[in-house]
Design a protein around this ligand. Structure first.
Ligand code: CP
Ligand code: NVA
Length: 304
């Protein structure tokens, strides 16, 4: 049986992404009452911790009529070394879709290769595509649906979240400016391919990236799996704090986004994340709506 995965933002065309946002907005508005996952199950594999991703996928599956299983490495044989390909084949006999959060992106690709059901990427060391679709949904919610006239600034680590912003810029046509310290730049291949489609720049100075931006976005300095680099990273990212002075360089109506969890006093000040320009709670909520739209389409047969 043919199926579609969502491992990276370019898995959807630009037109499909816009339709996905509209579907998610209908869901957010309470204007969607179908149950496309009725009688269906989603396996959720979490090799890393999660609050938002776990709860939003689990609740979202239930709201669409389905059932979700939380599988942690402590409980499943994958955590004891059962091959990912075998896990994919076996889960495909029981459930209708798999969401996975893990370390290496190639593990997710291998899972998708051997599964006969849709696989959704819930974060890898390389990408966090569901997050950035939720972030774009938040931009639409607060700044309107036209994205091509927007400037998005990223301040900090060129990590999985930054890499997915690059993919989103390429597909949706907004300008993206990333300010990263030396040695912490985003993925070079993704950058090169995005640059043929839209304006993506990498600079050192956060002020340069944020000047006139509509969206200011950051993330933790040390991602999951990088705990032992924490000290070195704290030094490298010292000048990469989103504070009120930096926010003042952005547009007056600019919004602040952070995928969360956040460390107040490190990458962002409390004044900014808890201040009037912050939209982080809507951003977290939008994970639920966009992931429901993704599941309705990939697993539930909803058309875009
Ligand atoms: N933003 C995000 O993915 O949060 P969790 O790690 O809590 O899932
Ligand atoms: N870059 C962070 C995002 C967490 C949602 C991490 O990978 O830990």
């Amino acid at each position: 049986m043919s199926h579609r995965d969502f491992l990276a933002i370019p898995d959807f065309s630009t037109e499909e992404l816009h339709a996905l946002f509209v579907l998610a907005e209908r869901m957010r508005a309470g204007a969607y009452d179908r149950r496309p996952l009725a009688g269906k199950s989603l396996a959720m594999i979490f090799m890393k911790a999660s609050t938002r991703t776990r709860v939003s996928f689990e609740v979202g599956t239930w709201q669409l009529g389905g059932h979700a299983l939380f599988l942690s490495p402590k409980d499943v044989q994958l955590g004891r070394g059962e091959p990912i390909a075998d896990t994919a084949r076996v889960l495909s006999r029981y459930v209708d879709g798999i969401m996975i959060r893990t370390y290496r992106h190639t593990e997710v690709q291998e899972l998708a290769l051997h599964a006969s059901i849709p696989v959704i990427n819930g974060l890898t060391d390389l990408l966090h595509p569901c997050q950035i679709l939720a972030d774009v949904l938040t931009i639409r919610q607060h700044l309107g649906p036209e994205l091509r006239d927007k400037v998005v600034a990223w301040v900090g680590d060129g990590n999985n979240v930054a890499n997915s912003w690059i993919n989103a810029a390429a597909r949706l046509g907004f300008e993206l400016r990333l300010a990263c310290p030396a040695g912490y730049e985003p993925n070079a291949d993704l950058l090169a391919s995005a640059r043929s489609r839209t304006k993506v720049t990498v600079v050192r100075d956060p002020a340069e990236a944020v000047q006139g931006a509509h969206v200011v976005n950051t993330d933790v300095w040390a991602s999951m799996g990088q705990e032992d680099e924490q000290e070195a990273r704290r030094a490298a990212f010292a000048g990469y704090v989103v504070d009120q002075a930096l926010m003042q360089r952005a547009q007056r109506e600019a919004i602040f986004l952070h995928c969360l969890p956040a460390h107040r006093g490190e990458e962002v000040t409390a004044e900014v994340i808890d201040g009037p320009q912050s939209r982080v709670w809507d951003e977290a909520e939008n994970r639920l709506h966009i992931q429901k739209a993704i599941m309705a389409v990939l697993i539930g047969g909803e058309t875009l």
